[in-house]
Ligand binder design. Structure first.
Ligand code: PDD
Length: 284
């Protein structure tokens, strides 16, 4: 079956879908995005993703491309037309098309693109079963990582460096020597006392939707949670480590910069949280 993409009011064959060469997303990375999981045909944590999208847009003074109910409909329709039951939907809003000039254009209309794809369930299951390796690298991003901007150059360079080192993800380290997050995931450890540790939300990290749901899941499970920064050294001597994102929820980390975490197998708290996630559902 051929894939379908939504572009500014039209559902088009994926291979033919495109935006104008002067779309500000294309020329300036002047836009934001969301990736929302689809399980059994339903959007996961939809409201939280839509709220974060609206927040990112407000921070950059980009308007909503369509009213919220219309956007919800377009997401569902894109999933339906692509017949996705387990996968993810990607949606991106840019400031629109205008002659290339740095200041905001006066009357550009925001562009909306929506695509959907199946999950590579085998790859995720294998990563969850075996755990993955991460490397640490300096965090070279801008100061507003809480905005889910499509400007991802430092993220993709870090991810590529990880892959070339045979690792799954790069954990980014700030100027003070603390882990901020992964190049496309939030970073977590379980310390020696069994407490769940992750960096507090703020401008230094993207406040992941999975992160928020997992914090709630942990509290419901009676797992003690501490939101504070941690160093790569602490992570290497932690009991467990893992990464979180909407695409795969949780993937255990078993090695950091080549050093084993615990016994170098997925940790029990990590796997317990993965189970607990599905019981939380959407936070209200
Ligand atoms: N990445 N941190 C960064 C830098 C991210 O790009 C992401 C998501 C996360 C996790 O956020 P969430 O739990 O809301 O997915 C944290 C998406 C999946 C991506 O870029 O494909």
């Amino acid at each position: 079956m051929s894939r379908i993409a939504y572009v500014n009011g039209r559902y088009l064959p994926h291979a033919e879908a495109g935006v104008h060469i002067e779309d500000r997303g294309y020329q300036f990375a002047d836009g934001v995005y969301e990736v929302c999981g689809v399980r059994d045909g339903k959007l996961m944590d939809e409201t939280l993703h839509l709220e974060r999208l609206q927040r990112s847009l407000r921070e950059l003074r980009i308007g909503m491309p369509v009213p919220l109910p219309a956007l919800r409909h377009i997401l569902r329709e894109t999933i339906r037309q692509n017949r996705i039951s387990n996968g993810m939907v990607y949606f991106q809003v840019t400031r629109g098309v205008a002659p290339r000039d740095h200041p905001f254009p006066k009357d550009a209309r925001p562009s909306l693109v929506v695509t959907a794809k199946r999950l590579n369930e085998g790859r995720i299951a294998a990563a969850v079963a075996s755990g993955v390796e991460v490397i640490t690298l300096p965090d070279r991003r801008w100061a507003r990582r809480d905005i889910k901007s499509i400007a991802l150059l430092p993220n993709i360079l870090a991810k590529q460096a990880a892959r070339e080192a045979g690792a799954y993800e790069a954990w980014l380290v700030d100027a003070d020597g603390f882990v901020t997050e992964g190049s496309s995931t939030n970073a977590w450890i379980v310390d020696r006392e069994g407490r769940l540790v992750t960096r507090p939300a703020g401008p230094d990290i993207l406040n992941g939707i999975t992160r928020r749901v997992l914090l709630e899941a942990a509290r419901r499970e009676g797992i003690e949670v501490v939101e504070r920064p941690f160093t790569p050294e602490e992570a290497k001597s932690a009991r467990e480590a893992f990464i979180s994102a909407s695409s795969a929820i949780i993937i255990p980390v078993i090695r950091i910069d080549g050093q084993p975490v615990g016994n170098a197998v997925p940790g029990s708290t990590t796997l317990r949280l993965r189970e607990a996630y599905s019981r939380v559902g959407e936070l209200s």
